[in-house]
Write a protein that binds this ligand. Structure first.
Ligand SMILES: [Mg+2]
Length: 210
């Protein structure tokens, strides 16, 4: 094998980001199905968890969303507010590492291989970051911790919302083997369908029993 040191990567992802910011700032929206975006011919930019229960998803046409959830409340996006929260969370990240790779306003990879504050583990760093995000923004984030970006991103999705999932190197292959290919970063619906036609349904490296 090789002697390259194992990296410690955290993928931090805010939970239903735009929708959660709107529910935070407008208490009358809390507990209700909310979609940010919309407009007459628009699409949903983000859906609250209450809306997701009805099958409302981001990038879905507003008309479809409203059909799935007749009580859906559409809220205009406030990108200036989202950008300012995004700066707040990046300031928190910067306290733990200089190696930050943002993917969007609400998610980023952090390389915490160097344990700057001597917290003892990447799990402890991730928990502290999540706690600070909650304390400083009053919003929740989920985090995935692993030895590469690919698995860290899958892991952050595992226990959402307000969750943490740690996948150590020896569990990487087994974890990926359980997941449908459509969960993988970069595999959209079209690629997933193509892979499924080829008999590739999960991240298992060879078909069961072979
Ligand atoms: Mg998010």
């Amino acid at each position: 094998m090789n002697d390259a040191p194992v990296r410690k990567i955290i993928h931090v992802d805010m939970d239903a980001f735009y929708a959660s910011v709107e529910q935070r700032d407008n208490p009358e929206l809390r507990g209700l199905p909310v979609a940010v975006g919309g407009g007459h011919r628009g699409v949903v930019a983000a859906a609250s968890y209450e809306a997701r229960k009805f099958g409302v998803r981001s990038a879905m046409p507003s008309v479809t969303a409203k059909r799935r959830c007749p009580d859906l409340i559409f809220v205009k996006p406030r990108f200036d507010v989202y950008r300012s929260v995004s700066r707040q969370i990046r300031d928190i990240f910067a306290d733990y590492t200089d190696l930050i790779e943002p993917l969007s306003l609400d998610e980023a990879y952090l390389d915490v291989s160097e344990d700057r504050h001597q917290l003892g583990s990447a799990r402890a760093i991730a928990e502290q970051i999540r706690a600070r995000i909650k304390a400083e923004t009053n919003l929740t984030a989920s985090a995935g911790v692993s030895y590469c970006k690919f698995i860290a991103k899958l892991a952050s999705d595992q226990n959402k919302p307000d969750g943490l999932c740690v996948i150590p190197p020896h569990r990487g292959a087994e974890f990926v083997a359980t997941l449908p290919v459509k969960r993988f970063h970069g595999v959209g619906p079209v690629t997933a369908a193509k892979m499924e036609r080829l008999g590739i349904n999960t991240g298992r490296t060879s078909p069961p029993g072979r």
